[in-house]
Design a protein. Sequence first.
Length: 232
Amino acid sequence: MNRASDLAALAALLADQTRAAMCLALLDGRAWTAGELAAHVGVAPSTATGHLHRLIDGGLLAERRQGRHRYVQLADPTVAHLIEDLSARFGPRPAPARGLREATAGAALRRGRTCYDHLAGRLGVGLTDAMTAAGLLDQANGFALTATGLAWLTDELELSPDELRSGRRPVARGCLDWTERRQHLAGTAGAQLCRRLLDNRWVARIGSGRAVRLTPAGKTALGRLLELPDLD
């Protein structure tokens, strides 16, 4: 019964639309202030603070302090996976009439975005498919990085083997993409791959949100390393 009670409490936290919107915003992996989240979801700062306290007490968010400022972010990668997996359970809804700016932002997110600390959207799924086709990932027997894949990440992309195997987090994990309805690469391999592509400027952020794009340099470099599909 304790487990049932815990599950019901977790469901209650996400049953509120404002709290759910806050968690979705925090999938960008950054730490936000209460004021930033209040403006993003369209509620008063005092209302946002009350919701944030509930999410922190429930273990979904963590609070970080830096000087006089307080920030919140998702508690850990497992929370990000939970939010993304739950979002992927719902089929696409007919889009209401929107302005050009909102439609453009939505299209950018579908093309490529960060899912906490790894790549998602057509870009993330396309990279995952290309790595699978090249024998770097095995999706036939679960979801695992192959020995060839480990060598590719450490030799071609110069990632540290110790960082790939650090902590209790799995090296490779499939994360169901909520727009593509297929899996993209998560785990430490997904996180380190995303970091390396951003550091190399093969992938660049679009504005201050979650959307990212493959740069011309990235298209050339990854085209040399992988048989990438058309991601436009």
